[in-house]
Design a protein around this ligand. Structure first.
Ligand code: 5AD
Ligand code: SF4
Length: 468
């Protein structure tokens, strides 16, 4: 059904920087243009949150954030290299500065492309001054100090630091949902993926430190927390408390003032019944699990080194479907992995029917440097990958349309995070992470939790009315 409601979301307003008690930051007042920074982020939620922390480090040094690279003295790109297209974007951005090398600006490349390409970035774009991978962000203040004292090129490319990136200030860009990384890096070795290479091995943050941050966030007014990790449910408390991930979820949800707890991304291998039991017991844990399957064919899963079979994955789904409340399930899928036959692809399609996902992110396989899949035989031609992707997306669209139709007439609690320019139109998310656009006679709903009845449904969102 076409969406007729026009919700032009205003950009999220009122971004907040929390200066935590005890943080000795001594902010200087920056003169216009001087000590200003601009940061653009590509890629996953972890990168988005890393940028919030990087911005915090800069704010702590007296820098001020500006909205355009032209107005900034320091321009940072926090980059993604998960697929080739994402990685190319940063070089096109860097190209914009080629002819403006003498403007005294510092250009920095952060994140996964920085880690992947290292010094070569200086060769491809000699006007870049800083290259720093995510495992070295703790060094950022030092690197910045070197730049400020006139050093032209600085680099942070450690991988095995064993450190997590904690900052005294985090400039949180989303005023409604606070992101919090509980585990960095990845110890799995999926054959297609650069993450273990670019983000290094898994490092979990101590549970007490996580809970302390959640309490501060609740005090600062956040009611929704999203716990982040490439494999968030592989969390292992490094402290003597040895809290399991399921226990941690419940503990975060138990902090006074917290109404919603989300977590992403879960790896099927480490997804156990204890997580579902925690969801059953604790209503603040949201009705949503993102559980990427990647392929519906056991043969391809094996080649991908995903460490589970189709049947084992379906058993995990059965656990989730047996929960006391309906839990929305979402997934990531790759089509055209080397050696994927028509029959393998058919198995992915049939898995969509069984799994009944509420949404999926689907991608054509993209060969990446430093990954085992780069040299695997039987590459699927680009055109065929494109065809499979279109077929898969169409099938999933039908599933979502049908699933969303069943929600018409139901009432959901919505956390309001957007307002349209048109009076009376709002947007928010249900606990199941569905976007719900709705009308309300009330004003000032941003950040509120309201009950909304669904009146219409499309494949990607719901439309409703606020029950006042
Ligand atoms: N090609 C295509 N998709 C990929 N992903 C990760 N690496 C690749 C790749 N080389 C997808 C996976 C993962 C999501 C974040 O990106 O589906 O879950
Ligand atoms: Fe990449 Fe696999 Fe780790 Fe996910 S679990 S980050 S896909 S290696």
């Amino acid at each position: 059904m076409p969406q007729t409601i026009d919700v032009n979301l205003r950009s999220l307003t009122g971004a907040r920087a929390e200066i935590y008690p005890g943080a000795d930051v001594g902010l200087r007042t920056a003169a216009a243009g001087k000590n200003t920074f601009y940061i653009e982020t590509f890629g996953c939620q972890m990168n988005v949150h890393d940028s919030e922390k990087v911005a915090g480090v800069l704010l702590g040094r007296g820098y001020r954030q500006v909205e355009s690279p032209d107005a900034a003295q320091v321009v940072f790109y926090n980059t993604c290299s998960i697929r080739e297209k994402a990685a190319q974007k940063v070089f096109s951005r860097l190209g914009d500065f080629k002819t403006r090398q003498n403007e005294g600006r510092i250009i920095g490349v952060l994140g996964c492309v920085a880690q992947q390409e290292g010094e070569e970035i200086f060769e491809r774009a000699p006007w870049v001054g800083l290259v720093c991978g995510s495992a070295s962000y703790r060094k950022l203040p030092e690197l910045l100090a070197e730049l400020e004292s006139g050093n032209r090129r600085v680099m942070g490319l450690d991988k095995d630091t064993g450190e997590t990136f904690e900052t005294e200030i985090t400039r949180r860009d989303n005023p409604f949902r606070a992101y919090l990384t509980i585990i960095e890096g990845c110890d799995k070795s999926c054959a297609y993926c650069v993450v273990p290479y670019t983000r290094g091995p898994e490092r979990s943050r101590a549970s007490a430190s996580i809970l302390e941050e959640v309490r501060r966030l609740a005090d600062a007014g956040y009611s929704e927390i999203q716990l982040l990790g490439q494999t968030v449910n592989s969390y292992r408390d490094p402290s003597t408390r040895r809290m399991s991930f399921a226990e941690l979820l419940a503990a975060v949800a138990g902090v006074a003032g917290i109404r919603r707890v989300r977590f992403t991304t879960s790896h099927p291998r480490d997804f156990g019944a204890d997580i579902v039991a925690a969801m059953d017991a604790v209503p603040e844990i949201c009705d949503h699990v993102h559980l990427p399957v990647q392929s519906g064919s056991t043969r391809v899963l094996r080649a991908m080194q995903r460490t589970y079979t189709r049947e084992e994955y379906l058993e995990k789904i059965a656990l989730i479907r047996a929960a006391r409340r309906p839990i929305s399930l979402t997934s990531d899928i790759i089509v055209g992995f080397p050696g994927e036959t028509d029959r393998d692809f058919e198995e992915t399609l049939s898995l969509l029917d069984v799994a009944q996902y509420d949404s999926t992110f689907s991608f054509q396989f993209s060969p990446r440097p430093n990954t085992p899949a780069l040299r695997m035989p039987d590459a699927v031609p680009e055109e065929e990958k494109g065809r499979r992707l279109a077929v898969l997306q169409q099938r999933q669209r039908e599933i979502q349309t049908a699933r969303n139709q069943t929600r018409v007439g139901q009432t959901f609690e919505v956390h309001v995070d957007g307002a349209s320019r048109k009076a009376g139109q709002w947007a928010g998310r249900t606990s199941s992470n569905h976007i719900l656009n709705f009308t309300s006679p009330r004003t000032g709903l941003l950040g509120e939790y309201v009950q909304v009845q669904v009146t219409r449904a499309g494949p990607n969102s719901l439309v409703g009315e606020h029950n006042v």
